[in-house]
Ligand binder design. Structure first.
Ligand code: FAD
Ligand code: EPU
Length: 338
């Protein structure tokens, strides 16, 4: 392990906020967590596991211990004629791993290309994009439980995955350290082409029978055109979740806003894009001091350079209140506020 005191987190959060933590520990092997827990007695202390900080908003210096995994190997655990089972350690960059599978023509996570962050964080909010979610391929999540002081493993069902949700974001939040995940991937990829934007781009490019390489290339392009790169503009992707509302409420809204985009999850529940609501209240590209909504995708809040965490949070709350007043919909934050 490597230990740093009074450490700047500027390069460990994609909003680029210059907060510090009391102690930063780079964890170099999964097994080390056991001795770190013993040495620092973490179940009695304030601590945070941090990947790349691409889904986090710091609002102050962190007066505790930050644990960051740097172990990043992956191994093929098992193979048969149809599937390949790969175990990947927490510190591996997610996008790098996706690109590796695409190059090998192994299917299952190609639509999740270009999502920032580390593998260990991917199950926390069940990362998803363009019709795939990591829950569709995860077979096991390995983690250290600080309260019980043991390494444990959950199968897919035990993770209670949902839309941007899992047991790790709820009951086990801040109680565990995910050390690795196991994915069941396809040797004979089955393209997922549900998303309108993907189908549309493939058509525009005259691609009729796309390979997963074609799909991931198209998705990368769509994302580049729509989302700001954290290397250039501080942001944490979608700041809010897309709200899921009852059918009756949706139908009442549709009578007023006939063009409201929607997606029926089942016969009673409808998901609507938060980006549409934000645009509707006139906040697309709106600037408020050092913070703004991104002009191409207003669900993304951006740091114009010198924002503080609280300025970003205040602007998010302003958006939340406007939407509550105008639509009676209470947006839920996707980003973790610390
Ligand atoms: P962090 O931000 O470091 O941590 C996120 C949370 O997980 C924190 O609560 C942290 O304590 C916890 N955590 C992290 N690692 C561990 C671990 N090993 N064990 C236990 N807890 C841990 N997300 C999507 O789902 N779909 C998208 O399309 C998408 N697009 C994005 C685009 C941009 C430009 C950006 C900036 C973000 C986007 N995100 C998206 C959000 C983000 O990339 C994911 O949530 C990602 O999984 C976060 O990884 P991270 O390593 O940065 O996690
Ligand atoms: N829309 C508008 N105005 C806009 C932009 C979008 O009205 O300016 C409406 C359109 O109707 C559009 C719809 O919103 O069809 C959906 O937009 P988009 O395809 O950009 O996706 P999203 O719902 O805003 C979600 C995820 C993204 C993920 C994409 C692609 C959430 C909270 N966000 O965004 O994830 O990449 O779909 O699957 O579910 C993230 O979690 O950080 C993230 C970026």
């Amino acid at each position: 392990m490597k230990v740093y005191n009074n450490f700047s987190l500027k390069y460990f959060n994609t909003f680029g906020l210059n907060y510090t933590c009391e102690t930063f520990i780079e964890v170099e092997y999964a097994e080390e967590i056991y001795s770190i827990n013993k040495k620092y007695n973490l179940s009695q202390k304030k601590f945070l596991v941090l990947g790349e900080g691409s889904n986090i908003l710091f609002t102050k210096d962190f007066d505790g211990i930050v644990l960051h995994p740097s172990f990043n190997n992956f191994t093929v655990e098992q193979e048969d004629s149809e599937h390949i089972y790969i175990k990947i350690e927490a510190g591996k960059n997610w996008d790098e791993f996706v690109r590796y599978t695409v190059e090998k023509n192994i299917g299952g996570i190609e639509n999740l290309i270009s999502i920032p962050g580390l593998v260990g964080a991917a199950p926390i909010q069940n990362i998803g994009a363009y019709g795939q979610e990591i829950k569709d391929t995860i077979s096991f999540v390995h983690f250290f439980d600080f309260e019980k002081n043991v390494f444990r493993v959950y199968d897919n069902r035990q993770c209670s995955f949902g839309y941007r949700d899992s047991i790790f974001k709820n009951r086990l939040k801040n109680k565990i350290f995910i050390t690795s995940i196991e994915l069941k991937l396809d040797k004979n990829p089955k393209p997922v082409l549900d998303y309108y934007d993907v189908k549309n781009e493939l058509m525009k490019n005259g691609i009729k029978n796309p390979t997963i390489k074609d799909i991931s290339n198209i998705i990368s392009k769509i994302r580049e055109n729509k989302l700001p790169s954290p290397r250039m503009i501080g942001n944490a992707g979608s700041f809010f979740k897309n709200p899921i509302i009852d059918k009756n409420k949706f139908e009442a809204l549709k009578r007023i806003y006939s063009n409201i985009p929607f997606f029926y999850l089942n016969e009673n529940k409808v998901k609507i894009p938060a980006a549409w609501l934000i645009e509707k209240i006139g906040y697309k590209g709106k600037v408020n001091g050092n913070v703004a909504t991104y002009h191409k995708q207003p669900l993304v809040l951006i740091n114009l350079g010198n924002a503080s965490g609280n300025e970003i949070l205040d602007f998010a709350n302003e958006i939340k209140n406007e939407i509550l007043n105008q639509f009676d919909i209470d947006l839920e934050l996707e980003v973790n506020v610390v």
